[in-house]
Design a protein around this ligand. Structure first.
Ligand SMILES: [Zn+2]
Length: 336
């Protein structure tokens, strides 16, 4: 069994495997512009964030009913559990669905049907985080937050995702202020393709408690010192970074330097169906490519629970952390 871990950066729409995409397409009478699962896998060869997003949004057409979202979440939870995930904070993109005529409530009800039984079925506790598409307007984000109000007992927090360049965090200041007023936790993608300044802006203007990606903070030593001092968690996604060409290869990933700098970094899968692996695959990837030791891997797993929003269930956090400490890594790992 892989080391127990929390996954904190996971887009549920990014867990849509080609086989499930075709099954849902058949169920809903949707014609996909790909001949078969092999042709679809071929389309998963991206050049950058935008070329990925084009396929990602096209495939969402197969998600129509609450049952589709339940099946999607169940498929993820089963795979994640097999890779040692014990707690998952799951992003969803309501605007990508409401824009297609799928009601907000259908999405949330479908996802929570799977999440509500995830602990019993898969041993995975869950939280749900709604993300705003940053390449859409601030007004659209505010309208989406308004739509979410009847469902806030099911939603832990808000995030910000999609195309980063040219869409600074400050564009969403009012939405984040309103979310804070509503008692929602706040995270945002920043410093993936956007500059280090977006990381600082997400902290200062949006009041985020955790930064998704954030690896370009390494371009600003003062910012690194601040993130380390304030213990701001960063949710890194190494396989995603390679596929979207944020780094050239896994061996070039700044993860070891970030750990060395005292940053509270975690390892996550982002959009695993598209980027070549789930949470455990990301741990294995950085272990092999970067020669991480068992103790460094244990630190990453420990960080993941510390960075999670388990404040409302400290006994579970303590149990998970105890499992991390008790875990024995297989002998002969690189770096040993
Ligand atoms: Zn992401």
């Amino acid at each position: 069994m892989p080391v127990p871990k929390a996954e904190l950066h996971l887009h549920i729409e990014g867990t849509l495997e080609p086989e499930l995409a075709f099954a849902l397409a058949a169920r809903n009478g949707v014609t996909l512009p790909y001949a078969d699962t092999e042709a679809l896998r071929e389309a998963y060869r991206f050049e950058d964030l935008q070329s990925f997003l084009d396929v990602y949004y096209a495939l969402m057409a197969v998600l129509r009913t609450a049952g589709d979202f339940t099946d999607l979440a169940d498929a993820y939870l089963e795979r994640a559990a097999a890779q040692g995930v014990r707690h998952a904070e799951i992003f969803f993109d309501p605007q990508a669905h409401t824009a297609r005529g799928v009601p907000f409530g259908t999405v949330v009800e479908g996802l929570t049907a799977a999440l509500d039984r995830a602990e019993e079925r898969y041993g995975v506790s869950t939280r749900l985080i709604m993300c705003f598409l940053r390449d859409q307007s601030a007004e659209s984000a505010m309208a989406t937050l308004e739509e979410a109000k009847p469902y806030l007992d099911r939603i832990t927090g808000i995030g910000l995702d999609s195309a980063e360049a040219g869409h600074p965090p400050s564009k969403f200041r009012a939405v984040y202020e309103e979310a804070a007023r509503l008692g929602l936790r706040r995270v945002a993608h920043a410093g993936e393709e956007g500059p280090a300044a977006y990381v600082a802006e997400a902290l200062d203007v949006l009041g985020v408690e955790r930064v998704d990606h954030g690896l370009r903070c390494m371009e600003d030593p003062e910012l690194v010192a601040r993130l380390a001092r304030e213990r701001v968690p960063l949710t890194l996604c190494p396989l995603s970074n390679v596929r979207l060409r944020v780094v050239d290869t896994l061996a070039d990933h700044p993860l070891p330097a970030m750990m060395e700098a005292g940053l509270l970094v975690t390892v996550n899968s982002d959009d695993p169906a598209y980027f070549g692996g789930y949470a455990g695959d990301n741990y294995d990837g950085v272990r092999d490519a970067l020669g991480l030791t068992a103790e460094q891997l244990r630190q990453l797993a420990r960080n993941s629970f510390e960075a999670s929003f388990l404040e409302d269930d400290e006994p579970r956090r303590a149990r998970c952390l105890a499992e991390v400490e008790a875990y024995t890594f297989p002998a002969g790992a690189p770096g040993e």
